[in-house]
Design a protein around this ligand. Structure first.
Ligand code: CR6
Length: 840
């Protein structure tokens, strides 16, 4: 590789890749200048938010050399680049992460001291996080971008710059209240708008056929509406490397500031209408996790960002004079779930209609560049679009999809002569009821690889979700178990654990988590276990103080912190946890508790605004919390906390503070889970079912260091197929009957017997998530947890072994697997040279 020469136009004083401009003096100067010139403030009157902005700008300046060098390298020496297409990127706060990856946290602290700020955390606390995702899927995309950069792989994350991200959650009278998230209100210093690279996207209208120059009939799209996508780029720096990839988020603008024709004929409001309509495109994130809302605007959003992104990739080839037929050698396009699956049809359309490439060649390009990750088996989450809506909005795409489907069905007819059933089953078009387009089928047919996100999940995709496809193309189906970045989830979130790890195994664990295996040598070392416990206690004190500030509840940091944080969903079974708390409460009340393990049970998570049952579960937990926390008998034994507004920032406080991680979904329902990984790395023990990545976690940490309970996926299937009746399980368990009775009489709802009826009816009626079936086993396992807790040495040893053996769950491992087996890309280090003498 030719090094990137810094004598080319680059920001003046921040040139040395190692240190120049990175010391605290330079940071102080940079901050002062940004306060003055960018923010119009004097240092003497700067608020913490001003200082946050000034420091962020100064840090962003220091990313630019690497950012530009990384782009320059790919321009000069073209190599395959990963395009990660995702409707969500839940990137979390940026300042601390960039300081860590640049290696200038200490320098920033020193610079801040000169503004009278003693602790960096004062500044980090005022940072707004962009909530551009719902939960696991969006956070995964963010971890993957960070790992790609850290592994020096050229990559672009393509998504939407929602003006309003996931709503902020308030708790009022125990209920969730949603408040719009105005993350951009104070200005967001991390983005670089690139209006020069805007793209034009069409919607609606009709298709028409015409004769081309050679007299050949072709089809073309005449949209009735347009929007412009303006890229807003966010630098994504790797850990202590020069590679700085980017996240390119598209904001929708109107094509003209308004329609001049309408304006001229006096229709001012009509003229503004199209502007408003196009700008609402990137207005708001759909607050659904794992369920499909099926709204017209959502399909528009998907096509909007996918079209902009593909045009952007094609344009990058043109700029480098690379023929578009070479597309697949330069871009590998990963579809993060089916949200961007329209890419299959859009890439075909661009190649055929815009670049006049023949069908076979275009199909070859498409299928050699696109791959698809499936993130759910839940039928309600598999995206389907009504045919009428689809043809209305994307008529040309529908034509192309019909053609793809026709050719595919022809292939099937040859293979399964006379078998119409299989044709119906695999067709992209669902002919049942009102017809619809099945996006998972489109993605599966158009992709060279389809992967699930944990071993069990990938297996179930093959066995249950898409069995015929898997039989047809076994080589397409694969697994890449999810991972999380240790930079954010250990190094940043848990500095005291990180220091201990560094002392013990050296600093390289941050990029090579397998080194943590060395900790196994310490599993019987009482002093070391004591130090390990001390890091946990620090985390717990911090969380305790946070809980007190936010909720007014006092919790004891020496109690067992038992935590379930994730989206609220029936399949995740927060209500199973809640029922268990009631059982413990009853035992204490009845004096039958051998409760030597005081517990603080902590919940956090948002419910989709339209998901009644999930919202009722939040109300239920808060009802229990009220009763438990105000009962003197519970003092020193049991506390229940619902932490409002769970997000990335709060996660960074929660993971290091957790003793027991609740991963209790109905087996077969959670594709992977990623919180389970973050907890284990931070030394929490898991109580969990054999679901998602729990299965692999338990194999890795070994079964004696994992609290397993519950029915397996096949046992659940068996129950389901044999008319499961929750009543039989209730009848067998007197404690469960007591719990249910207490809820029924309104004990947790101030005597209101109606409030939780829908929840009880669901549990005792058809109990779709087998809560009753797993209750007793869960309760027994919780007793085992309490017994272990009383043997601190044994507990600490198990916790240490969880940290030591969790290296597999680094997203660096996941990304390496994607690179090797799906994307076929290799790292490309970015070299930067400069002769400081010559410049200064
Ligand atoms: N809801 C899965 O449910 C998985 C993530 C990331 C989810 C979860 O188990 O860990 O994706 N699925 O792979 C979807 O969003 C569709 C999720 O976050």
């Amino acid at each position: 590789n030719e090094p990137f020469d810094l004598r080319l136009p680059t920001p003046g004083c921040y040139l040395d890749p190692e240190k120049a401009g990175m010391d605290s003096d330079a940071l102080f100067k940079g901050m002062t200048e940004h306060l003055f010139f960018t923010l119009g403030k004097l240092a003497t009157s700067a608020s913490p938010h001003d200082l946050y902005m000034a420091l962020s700008y100064a840090v962003k300046d220091r990313l630019m050399t690497r950012y530009l060098a990384s782009q320059e390298v790919i321009r000069k020496k073209p190599q395959k680049t990963v395009a990660y297409l995702s409707a969500e990127f839940l990137i979390g706060p940026q300042l601390s992460n960039n300081l860590l990856n640049l290696g200038i946290t200490k320098e920033a602290e020193d610079a801040l001291k000169r503004f009278g700020i003693e602790s960096l955390s004062t500044i980090l606390e005022v940072e707004e996080e962009p909530g551009l995702g719902n939960g696991g899927l969006g956070r995964l995309a963010a971890c993957y971008m960070e790992s790609l950069a850290s592994l020096q792989v050229p990559a672009v994350g393509y998504g939407i710059r929602y003006e309003f991200g996931i709503f902020n959650q308030l708790i009022r009278d125990g209920w969730q209240v949603e408040v719009t998230d105005k993350w951009l209100k104070g200005g967001w210093p991390w983005e670089l708008p690139q209006p020069d690279e805007s793209c034009f996207v069409g919607f609606g209208g009709r298709t028409e056929s015409y004769r081309d120059d050679k007299g050949k009939y072709r089809s073309r799209w005449v949209p009735s509406e347009h929007a412009i996508g303006v890229p807003h780029d966010v630098p994504v720096l790797g850990y202590r490397v020069n590679t700085c990839d980017r996240l390119r988020l598209w904001r929708a603008d109107a094509t003209e500031s308004f329609d001049f024709y309408a304006f001229n004929i006096g229709d001012y409001y009509g003229a503004v209408e199209e502007k408003v309509a196009s700008e609402t495109l990137s207005k708001v994130l759909y607050p659904n996790d794992g369920t499909d809302e099926g709204r017209r605007l959502r399909l528009k959003q998907q096509h909007f960002f996918v079209s902009c992104s593909l045009q952007d990739m094609l344009r990058s080839l043109e700029k480098r004079s690379i023929p578009v037929t070479e597309f697949a050698n330069h871009w590998t396009v990963q579809l993060n779930d089916t949200h961007p699956a329209i890419a299959v049809a859009e890439l075909m359309r661009l190649l055929i209609d815009q670049y006049q490439i023949g069908w076979d060649k275009a199909w070859n390009i498409t299928t050699s560049s696109v791959a698809y990750t499936n993130h759910t088996l839940l039928p309600e989450a598999l995206e389907k679009w009504d045919l009428s809506l689809f043809s209305d909005l994307l008529p040309r795409h529908l034509e192309i999809i019909y053609e793809i489907n026709w050719r595919f069905l022809q292939q099937l007819r040859l293979r399964y002569p006379g078998d119409d059933k299989i044709l119906q089953k695999l067709s992209i078009i669902d002919e049942e009821g009102s017809k619809s387009v099945r996006m998972a089928h489109l993605a599966t047919i158009g992709a060279h690889h389809i992967n699930g996100v944990a071993a069990l999940h990938s297996d179930l995709i093959k066995r249950q979700l898409l069995p015929e496809f898997a039989e047809l193309w076994p080589e397409k189906f694969t697994n890449v178990t999810n991972g999380v970045t240790p930079r954010r989830w250990v190094a940043l979130a848990n500095p005291s654990l990180s220091n201990l790890l560094e002392k013990e195994v050296g600093p390289d664990w941050i990029t090579n988590m397998e080194l943590l295996k060395k900790l196994e040598n310490k599993k019987d070392d009482a002093n070391f276990l004591q130090e390990f416990e001390e890091t946990k206690l620090r985390g717990k004190r911090k969380l305790a103080s946070f809980i007190h500030t936010k909720t007014g509840i006092l919790v004891d940091p020496s109690s067992l912190f038992d935590v379930q944080v994730k989206r609220i969903h029936q399949y995740k079974r927060q209500h199973l946890n809640a029922l268990q708390i009631i059982a413990q409460y009853l035992r204490i009340k009845n004096g039958t508790s051998n409760y030597k393990a005081p517990r603080t049970v902590i919940f956090g998570g948002k419910a989709a605004p339209g998901y009644f049952m999930a919202k009722l579960i939040i109300r239920f937990i808060n009802g229990i919390a009220d009763v438990v926390n105000s009962d003197p008998d519970m003092e020193g034994l049991l506390r229940v906390v619902f932490l409002p507004d769970y997000n990335v920032k709060l996660g960074e406080i929660v993971y290091p503070a957790t003793d027991l991680s609740e991963q209790i979904s109905t087996a077969g329902k959670e594709a992977s889970g990623t919180g389970n990984m973050k907890f284990a790395m931070n030394g929490a023990l898991t109580i969990g079912t054999l679901d998602g990545a729990n299965v692999e976690l338990r194999d890795l940490v070994k079964k004696e260091n994992f609290f397993l309970f519950g029915k397996t996926e096949s046992e659940i299937m068996h129950l389901k197929n044999n008319s499961y009746s929750p009543k039989t399980f209730i009848e067998k368990c007197p404690e469960l009957q007591e719990v249910i009775r207490l809820i029924e009489i309104g004990h947790f709802s101030n005597g209101d017997k109606e409030l939780f009826k829908p929840l009880l009816n669901s549990l005792t009626g058809n109990d779709p998530f087998f809560v009753m079936a797993d209750f007793e086993d869960y309760l027994n396992k919780q007793d085992e947890v309490s017994n272990f807790w009383n043997n601190k040495k044994a507990w600490n040893k198990m916790a240490l072994l969880n940290t030591a053996r969790s290296g597999y769950f680094s997203s660096d491992r996941s990304i390496r697997e994607y690179c090797e087996s799906i994307w076929k890309v290799s790292p490309m280090p970015v070299e930067i040279t400069c002769d400081i003498e010559e410049i200064t």
